[in-house]
Design a protein around this ligand. Structure first.
Ligand SMILES: C[S@@+](CC[C@H](N)C(=O)[O-])C[C@H]1O[C@@H](n2cnc3c(N)ncnc32)[C@H](O)[C@@H]1O
Length: 318
């Protein structure tokens, strides 16, 4: 990425001073990875953009990006489902100068949005994108249903973010397309795989894993599920097995991590411990509001909205 292509979010080169003090400080890193401090800036930069990407997901994406760069896994980055570009900005920051970012959305044709999974305004998206990446010339926009994408348009990807239609058929078709377009070592990041509001996505991912025995779950967390070819799992697990490595990006608080077997494969699960979330002020305010709906409009309502804003910023709620 050339300096002209970046503004605040895009400094992906040099700057050893961006690596925070700690066990991993001073560790050699790939020239083009997003330094951890830059990932924090990305969270700040995208905070006001309407969308569904949590801070935790941004840290996770930046971590995967750094692993891929350490492992010299190269390829394009692609996303299905743009909305206002919150995730697109993070994906753009990940791209190397030799890589493109593909973004597919139906944009104004919301009549085609079968599952009503978000809505989008292309001008708002482009405004956010151009503001963050003036002069970025590697954005490829596909304004159509994802079922209209050809493998040639998507091909050669190291990172694919699937966040478009949320019905079983839509999510499964997107996963099938993405599986054909991965370079060796590439990752598919699926949104809402375990969100009870979108059970069709859950059905889709298990059907996909049943059909593609080579693909395995790697990480579940921050409302994302990452899938990788089993033969490449080890390249990533080397980092997820070492807390000082993955904690460079994913903060210890409030995120715990455990390894859980899923479809017979050890899977790294990031979560907020229930004792932490149950005791949170936000949970307490939620309960109060449920018991006294009229409080939601007065000063307590304003307080509640304030805490919800803060808890969204730190990734406790969507
Ligand atoms: C949940 S939003 C994307 C959120 C965005 N990735 C973010 O992190 O903020 C889903 C988007 O997918 C788009 N969409 C829904 N169904 C689609 C389809 N079948 N093909 C392409 N885009 C679709 C919608 O227009 C909407 O903008």
């Amino acid at each position: 990425m050339s300096p002209a292509e970046t503004k605040a979010v895009g400094r992906t080169t040099g700057r050893n001073g961006d690596v925070p003090a700690g066990p991993a400080a001073g560790r050699p890193r790939s020239d083009s990875e997003i330094p951890p401090a830059e990932a924090v800036r990305l969270v700040r930069r995208t905070r006001r953009i309407d969308g569904w990407l949590s801070p935790g997901a941004i840290y996770l994406f930046a971590l995967i990006d750094s692993i891929q760069k350490q492992q010299s896994i190269a390829g394009n980055v692609f996303e299905i489902g743009v909305h206002h570009g919150k995730s697109a900005l993070v994906l753009a920051a990940m791209t190397r100068p030799s890589e493109t970012l593909g973004d597919c959305d139906i944009f104004g044709s919301q009549g085609l949005n079968e599952s009503r999974s978000g809505r989008v305004d292309r001008d708002i998206f482009m405004g956010h994108f151009n503001d963050a990446f003036p002069g970025y010339s590697r954005l490829r926009i596909y304004e159509k249903l994802s079922t209209g994408l050809t493998p040639e348009e998507v091909s050669g990807c190291r990172f694919l973010h699937v966040d478009g239609g949320h019905s079983t058929a839509e999510a499964l078709a997107d996963l099938e397309l993405c599986a054909r377009c991965l370079v060796p070592g590439g990752i598919i990041a699926l949104d809402d795989a375990f969100n009870s509001s979108w059970p069709g996505v859950t059905e889709a991912v298990f059907e996909f894993l049943r059909r593609h025995s080579n693909m395995v779950p790697l990480v579940v967390g921050f409302n994302k599920m990452l899938l990788v070819d089993a033969s490449w799992r080890e390249s990533y697990s080397r980092v997820f097995d070492v807390p000082s490595e993955y904690r460079r990006y994913v903060p210890r608080r409030p995120y715990s991590m455990k390894v859980v077997e899923l479809v017979k494969c050890p899977t790294y699960v990031f979560y907020v411990h229930s004792s932490r979330s149950e005791k949170s002020v936000s949970t307490w305010l939620h309960r109060l509001k449920l018991a006294h709906p009229s409080l939601g409009t007065g000063p307590v309502g304003a307080l509640w909205r304030g805490f919800r804003g803060v808890s969204r910023i730190v990734g406790l709620t969507k």
